[in-house]
Ligand binder design. Structure first.
Ligand SMILES: Cc1ncc(COP(=O)(O)O)c(C=O)c1O
Length: 448
């Protein structure tokens, strides 16, 4: 296409945003003097033109320290399924605060939330808690090793399972890294231990999975995947692919682990396993589980979870099951399950309306645009073909997406830098129409 109006206005948008965020720019400068990188998790540095500082948020909107208000589609990278500061979560936390922040001991919310989870999640006979997605994936893998007496596991390229050395491989490698790795797992950063236990193959590649099982099937403790690949383009499983994984793992005595840190409580109350109708042996949850507080969950079949119940597999953590996070989780689950989980219908409807609206506007203005994913979490890429694997996404024009994110920010719409969009139950057709109007304006009346 001739120069995109999105690209043409990027420099003007950058100046416009910079002029509006003096408070954030000054704070970021100050933070870098004492805080490594100036941010609390590395990815946040990629915000353009600069990381923003926020002062308050409610529902679908968030306000920065310079009093700019945005419709928020980042939702703290996923957790805020009910939107910001939902009154039910506020009430639950406020009720718990005077009763104690953490006991390091038992309390009623532990089993009350576990009971709700066992009712909602198909694979959940028993539950265990931790604080982050990274931690809980490690518990799941340890459990799989213990249950099978094997040490290796299979993951898929582009899938993210936290920052531990054991899983932080072959996550968004460059084409050059892929070519020079010759099939070996590719570490992401410096200082990672050599990884001899992970096999990484492409998502949706049945023959590659079959080859891995043919070569190492007797050594594979687990296959772990994001059932909807949200971290690299929201790529759905091909029809039958999850059933294939279920079948091949069962035949080899290997555990199937769904990492539902993003899809959990987002695609459906029972997660991707309910949505796709395939039940794994173990599943990990975080993000939406705590409604914005630190909580992660392992759900699994009794025959495996018994290893934790018996204390044969160590699962520990000072703050595990702390009452404030569980109060927030209980409120979140109660809100989501109200009226037979009726809220999911509008969450999906609003997500589809936004996704399709943007796709139409961008396509009609001559952009090669692909959206993938499902109502409450989708991905927008400047690509001319629907991707099936992480490698397909390497052809996307990420620089153009970054220019779009900048123009949206200038228009009061906050989105993640990587193309992923999250919706909450607090987003209504009003916010969605506002977003589509902003996009139309960007395309039809670009800043000079
Ligand atoms: C699918 C998936 N698994 C695991 C993790 C790690 O979770 P946490 O950041 O809470 O450690 C993430 C984080 O984004 C994730 O998306």
């Amino acid at each position: 296409m001739p120069t995109s109006p999105i690209r043409a206005q990027a420099a003007a948008r950058e100046s416009s945003v910079r002029a509006k965020i003096p408070g954030s720019l000054a704070r970021y400068h100050r933070a870098q003097q004492s805080l490594a990188g100036g941010v609390s998790t590395a990815l946040r540095r990629s915000a353009r033109p600069s990381p923003l500082y926020f002062q308050h948020a409610a529902g679908p909107r968030i306000t920065d320290v310079d009093a700019n208000s945005y419709i928020d589609y980042t939702l703290a990278w996923g957790p805020l399924i009910l939107g910001h500061a939902h009154p039910a979560i506020n009430r639950a936390i406020a009720a718990q605060l005077p009763l104690g922040h953490t006991y390091g001991a038992q309390h009623d919310l532990e089993f009350q939330v576990a009971e709700l989870l066992c009712r909602a999640i198909p694979c959940a006979d028993l539950i265990a808690y931790a604080n982050s997605g990274t931690e809980i994936v490690q518990v799941a893998l340890r459990l799989a090793r213990a249950a099978t007496g094997r040490t290796k596991y299979l993951k898929f390229e582009g899938h993210y399972h936290g920052w531990d050395d054991s899983v932080l491989v072959s996550y968004r490698p460059t084409r050059q890294q892929i070519d020079s790795a010759a099939g070996a797992p590719i570490p992401v950063g410096l200082g990672q231990r050599p990884n001899h236990e992970t096999l990484a193959v492409e998502w949706n590649d049945r023959p590659a999975v079959e080859r891995a099982f043919a070569e190492a099937g007797n050594d594979l403790a687990a296959v772990v995947c994001e059932p909807l690949l949200c971290n690299s383009g929201c790529l759905p499983p091909d029809p039958g692919f999850l059933a294939f994984l279920r079948d091949i793992t069962t035949r080899h005595g290997t555990l199937l682990i769904f990492d539902e840190v993003i899809t959990g409580f987002r695609l459906a109350l029972g997660g991707a396993q309910q949505h796709y109708g395939i039940t794994p042996d173990l599943a990990t949850f975080a993000k939406a589980a705590g409604g914005g507080l630190p909580l992660s969950i392992l759900a699994g079949r009794r025959e495996f979870m018994t290893l934790i119940a018996d204390g044969k597999v160590v699962h520990a953590g000072t703050l595990n099951g702390n009452p404030i996070a569980l109060a927030a989780a209980k409120a979140t689950l109660e809100e989501l399950s109200r009226d037979n989980a009726a809220v999911y219908a509008s969450l999906w409807q609003n997500g589809e309306r936004l996704r399709q609206g943007m796709e139409t506007l961008l396509r009609d203005s001559g952009h090669p645009i692909i959206t993938s994913g499902a109502g409450p979490v989708f991905h927008l890429s400047f690509l001319d073909r629907q991707p099936r694997t992480y490698r397909d996404t390497l052809a996307a024009d990420n620089a153009l997406y970054s220019d779009l994110a900048l123009a949206l920010l200038d228009s009061g719409i906050l989105v993640l830098p990587d193309g992923r969009w999250y919706l909450s139950t607090a987003h209504t057709p009003t916010e969605i129409d506002e977003t589509l109007t902003a996009l139309r304006q960007i395309l039809e009346h670009p800043l000079a």
